[in-house]
Design a protein around this ligand. Structure first.
Ligand SMILES: [Zn+2]
Length: 342
């Protein structure tokens, strides 16, 4: 049997034929990066290659690195192995990476979602023999409601709070979720204020020529009276902080896929929870896998064993590989290394 096109080593997902790693977790010579979240784009590689819209955030986080940006669909050849990047719909610039060698095609999903959120690009199914997939929400209980119904619920919650003189605080992941929610908040209700961690990310994204909703950074000089009744976007690290307490009275809500599960909202001391995820739900994972027309599936992070077992029962050849990609958890979203300064 010939050597696998991609293997799992102690440094990361490795293509021996090209001597290239995909989202490696230890320093390597050449790294192809699916997206800017800190568990996929790590420090210490000699050379980085990512989709061009993902480059500014990676540079912001990692500083002076040697990075090249390429467009979706463009092919790079390394030792006769062809690599190309395809939209993953997860955050701005997020990609699935397609690898082709001697007629064999593998795709590494990175993180993905199949619904189009309006700013992260539309997930593109890529045909392959082997699909390496995340399965953060790989259990049948995770089925997302229609995202537009959820945006409407968020706007109604904000509007009601405003009419009662209460400030709305919406907790969202600083890179990805926050920008997506901003895009769907109704500007006729009021103003959007932001925690520094989110505004730092916004600044980088606006700097690359992408339009985002109008936001105002909260600083120590911002008057509380200007914020009252408006909405604040903040990361989960701000919950229960002194920073947050000064906005009382407020209503606190989380926007996360974990809000799908009863009990979590209470544990996180939220008044409300909205089910919004930047990962595929159970039907989304299955839809994505079917669309690749693959025979083999490798699950990397999330409910890997259960999901692989299910796929095997449905005729795929599925297995799990151990990686160091973090799974965002119900108790606190993964850290994103974007400075949480005001
Ligand atoms: Zn991610």
């Amino acid at each position: 049997m010939s050597m696998s096109l991609l293997t799992f080593t102690d440094k990361g997902i490795y293509c021996a034929a090209a001597d290239v790693y995909i989202d490696p977790w230890k320093p390597v010579t050449k790294a192809f990066i699916t997206h800017g979240h800190s568990d996929h784009a790590r420090w210490g590689h000699q050379q980085y290659i990512a989709q061009k819209d993902a480059v500014p955030v990676i540079q912001y986080r990692l500083g002076d690195i040697n990075i090249m940006g390429i467009s979706y669909g463009e092919t790079i050849k390394v030792n006769n192995v062809k690599f190309s990047f395809h939209p993953a719909g997860h955050i701005i610039g997020s990609s699935q990476i397609r690898v082709e060698h001697k007629g064999e095609i593998w795709v590494v999903s990175g993180d993905y979602k199949v619904e189009n959120d309006g700013i992260s690009g539309s997930f593109e199914p890529v045909k392959c023999h082997t699909f390496i997939t995340e399965c953060t929400f790989g259990l049948p209980i995770y089925t997302w409601p229609d995202q537009f119904d959820t945006y409407q619920k968020i706007n109604e919650w904000w509007s009601k709070n405003k009419s009662e003189g209460v400030t709305s605080i919406l907790i969202a992941y600083a890179l990805g979720k926050a920008q997506r929610l901003m895009h769907h908040l109704d500007p006729t209700i009021g103003q959007i204020f932001t925690h520094g961690a989110i505004e730092n990310t916004n600044k980088v994204i606006r700097g690359q020529g992408i339009n985002l909703a109008k936001t105002t950074r909260i600083t120590t000089a911002t008057q509380k009276s200007l914020i009252k009744g408006n909405i604040i976007l903040a990361p989960s690290s701000a919950v229960n902080s002194l920073w947050m307490r000064r906005f009382k009275p407020f209503s606190l809500a989380f926007a996360s896929g974990w809000m799908n599960v009863r009990g979590i909202k209470r544990r996180r001391a939220a008044d409300t929870g909205f089910v919004v995820s930047d990962h595929a739900d159970w039907p989304g994972l299955l839809e994505a896998i079917k669309a690749t027309e693959c025979e083999n599936v490798i699950t990397t992070h999330g409910y890997t064993d259960v999901f692989a077992q299910y796929l095997n029962s449905k005729g795929w050849n599925a297995r799990t590989e151990k990686t160091e990609f973090s799974t965002e958890t119900a108790d606190g979203e993964k850290a994103d290394n974007i400075e949480e300064a005001e």
